[in-house]
Design a protein around this ligand. Structure first.
Ligand SMILES: Cc1cc2nc3c(=O)[nH]c(=O)nc-3n(C[C@H](O)[C@H](O)[C@H](O)COP(=O)(O)OP(=O)(O)OC[C@H]3O[C@@H](n4cnc5c(N)ncnc54)[C@H](O)[C@@H]3O)c2cc1C
Length: 380
């Protein structure tokens, strides 16, 4: 009998397994794939991390804690997980990306600067904003490395005594007044508590939440910039989120994958609805062309030679906020899902919250925004 079983060892589950094991719990972690795999949502070399959060100021305290925990993770694991590069949130002054980021920065008194188009061009010569565009510049923004982060959490969980089983899909789980039972392709396990972090498999493993999750296919693109990678090195190039006049957001990174890595860019939303079984893993020429067309007027040297692309899945909720809570119908079960394409920067703090909830039933972190009840469809 384990203290806690963690289903799903991707971004959130690996962090939960680590925090639970570090607190002395006997942990069993289960994943349908291998460690830090590329079949879910936590792969592709880089994820943006930032503090002036346009999505909602309520995320800011969690982000501040996440930065602390990423630093601790780097120290404890010896891995390179977080690189601060500075970041620009660009668009017209009243767009969500700029106005929302400014609201968070002002609400929480976060260091930031507002740059006009001339100043953006002066500081970051690869960027060519239109005359009516501005940016919120945040020095603390940068990127984290998803595979290294998941790997680091799994290594540390293993060292702290967690038992981690890979290539062992969970078929179903039940929860009673006395404990939980999990059935996999290989056997059955019991524990006092269960933590479920299923990523894009939420519609199946957490169907009883009654939340209409929408799984969205997204593509990450790498280009070799014309003129070479030197202007795109992390020492000189910021991460960016760029909102066009039609509301479409694209975002990208400095060249973070070494000398041959290319510079990564992607659209934030607008992908096709899919499932983990039906997702089209082929990236088509018209998609590469659309990405190129989006970036040419903004970062003309970026979309040089196309290098490669990789698909990935978002698990969207109707309001694009997360679901992190004790399961409303099962007090022994903690759930973390619906990260809606912006969860990775929170991975370490979500691990801490999940350990709090599983072991004590409560957390000091502000998670009211993430209550599942707000999303559940009313059953007739
Ligand atoms: C293209 C793309 C770009 C993104 N960019 C950013 C960004 O810049 N910044 C940011 O903060 N976030 C970003 N995100 C979002 C972020 O990566 C996700 O929110 C985060 O990775 C979700 O983690 P997760 O643990 O929920 O899912 P996952 O990491 O996919 O983990 C779920 C795990 O559950 C396992 N599992 C599922 N079902 C079972 C089962 N039955 N039995 C056993 N195991 C099971 C899966 O194998 C998987 O390992 C991006 C996402 C994508 C796709």
């Amino acid at each position: 009998m384990y203290d806690v079983i963690v289903i799903g060892l991707g971004g959130m589950g690996s962090a939960a397994a680590y925090h639970l094991a570090a607190r002395g719990s006997r942990v069993l972690g289960l994943d349908r794939f291998g460690p830090a795999h590329s079949n879910g949502s936590s792969h592709g070399g880089s994820r943006i991390i930032r503090q002036s959060y346009f999505e909602d100021p309520a995320y800011v305290p969690l982000l501040l804690r996440s930065y602390e925990l990423f630093d601790k993770l780097a120290n404890d694991s010896g891995r390179d997980v977080l690189t601060v590069t500075g970041g620009v949130m660009i668009g017209r002054p009243d767009c969500l990306t700029v106005a929302g980021s400014k609201l968070s920065a002002e609400t929480w008194n976060l260091p930031h600067e507002m740059l006009d188009a001339m100043e953006i061009r002066r500081r970051f010569p690869t960027l060519t904003p239109a005359a009516d565009e501005v940016a919120l510049y945040e020095q603390k923004a940068g990127f984290v490395r998803p595979e290294a982060t998941v790997g680091a959490h799994l290594d540390l969980a293993d060292k702290a005594g967690a038992e981690l089983h890979y290539h062992e899909p969970v078929l179903d789980w039940t929860s009673t007044a006395t404990g939980v039972r999990v059935r996999t392709a290989a056997g059955e396990y019991t524990a006092a508590k269960l933590v479920i972090c299923p990523g894009a498999w939420a519609p199946r493993l957490l169907a009883d939440l009654g939340i209409p999750f929408v799984i969205e296919r997204q593509v990450q693109y790498w280009f070799n910039p014309t003129g070479g990678l030197a202007p795109f090195q992390p020492e000189v190039h910021p991460i960016y989120i760029w909102e066009a006049a039609d509301g479409i957001q694209a975002y990208g990174f400095p060249a973070s994958d070494g000398p041959d890595g290319g510079a990564k860019v992607a659209f934030f939303r607008g992908g096709q609805t899919c499932t983990p079984e039906t997702i089209d893993r082929t990236v088509h020429p018209h998609e590469i062309e659309a990405m190129r067309r989006q970036m040419l007027p903004r970062i003309p040297s970026l979309p040089g030679e196309f290098q490669r692309a990789a698909t990935c899945m978002y698990t969207n909720t109707a309001d694009e906020h997360f679901v992190i809570a004790t399961h409303p119908a099962h007090e022994r079960v903690t759930v973390a899902c619906g990260f809606s394409g912006h969860g990775f920067k929170f991975v370490p703090v979500v691990g801490e919250i999940l350990a709090d909830l599983a072991l004590t039933g409560t957390t000091a972190h502000p998670i009211d925004l993430f209550r599942p009840e707000r999303l559940a469809e009313v059953t007739p």
